[in-house]
Design a protein around this ligand. Structure first.
Ligand SMILES: Nc1ncnc2c1ncn2[C@@H]1O[C@H](COP(=O)(O)OP(=O)(O)OP(=O)(O)O)[C@@H](O)[C@H]1O
Ligand SMILES: [Mg+2]
Length: 242
């Protein structure tokens, strides 16, 4: 059996800078994988490469055995691979329901079906009570949920979350962890970049560590976090906000 996703020796160069260097890993259906590493380690770039927002300089990316390296984002999204963005960017003047409906339209046959999917997803993330609010007016915690809702509305099999906990209060982090447990229950495979380590410990049995573009660790979360090179990579970094 092919893994759901396999990344093989993928690199990305920006001029003289190698942002991602020969990274290889595979993700099986149903996994929840944490991705950590210091600022500038190449985490977001890796997500861009897998979801088609950037083309790899080298290497191959396979989804269910089929090479998708260099495909356009809309084609990759149609296969069931979706991501959230580190910087949230809803359609400011649409309301919450409309924002999620637009996302749902990508994989729905009719507006009616898209609206139904959007309503269901708003329930899952706990935004149903805000459906008529303008996206621009939401506080950051709810904007992050909206970003997650938009991603879920495309009904992904594989979802990449780029710092969905960033900027949240401890209470909002706890809340988001519960939402993500529900997302997992719905059979979505998740890969999540976080600087906040608590959600990684709670949600992800496995963690990958990137440092200066290289994958320096890949294994059980508890074990990976104890490794000297991981602790070193994080010295002076975000380990204190765990
Ligand atoms: N489009 C680009 N053009 C040139 N350099 C880039 C581009 N995107 C990213 N980089 C560089 O690639 C490196 C990796 O950046 P990336 O955003 O992937 O890091 P990150 O691990 O997501 O960091 P953070 O934790 O701060 O979000 C950085 O040195 C960054 O400046
Ligand atoms: Mg990033």
């Amino acid at each position: 059996m092919n893994p759901l996703l396999s990344v093989h020796e993928v690199s990305k160069q920006f001029g003289g800078l190698t942002a991602v260097r020969r990274v290889s890993f595979a993700v099986e259906e149903g996994e929840m994988v944490g991705i950590i590493g210091p600022n500038g380690a190449g985490k977001t770039t890796l997500f861009h490469l897998i979801t088609g927002f950037l083309k790899p300089s080298e290497g191959d990316i396979r989804f269910r055995g089929r090479s998708i390296a260099g495909w356009k984002p809309y084609r990759i999204s149609r296969l069931g691979i979706t991501r959230t963005f580190q910087i949230v960017k809803p359609f400011a003047h649409l309301n919450v329901l409309q924002n999620v409906t637009v996302a749902a339209l990508e994989r729905s046959a009719t507006l009616r079906e898209a609206t139904r999917v959007a309503e269901e997803v708003l329930e899952v993330v706990g935004l149903a009570g805000y459906r008529d609010h303008a996206a621009v007016d939401l506080p950051i915690g709810l904007k992050k949920k909206l970003e997650l809702a938009k991603a879920l509305a495309t009904r992904p099999a594989l979802l990449f979350l780029d710092e969905v906990m960033g900027g949240l209060t401890p209470g909002e982090v706890r809340d988001m962890i519960e939402v993500l447990k529900q997302v997992r229950e719905r059979g979505v495979t998740l890969c999540m970049i976080e600087h906040v380590l608590k959600p990684i410990f709670e949600l992800c049995p496995r963690t990958l560590v990137l440092q200066q573009g290289e994958l320096i660790a890949d294994g059980p979360t508890e074990e990976v976090m104890r490794r000297a090179e991981v602790v070193e990579a994080y010295l002076g970094e975000a380990i204190s906000d765990a």
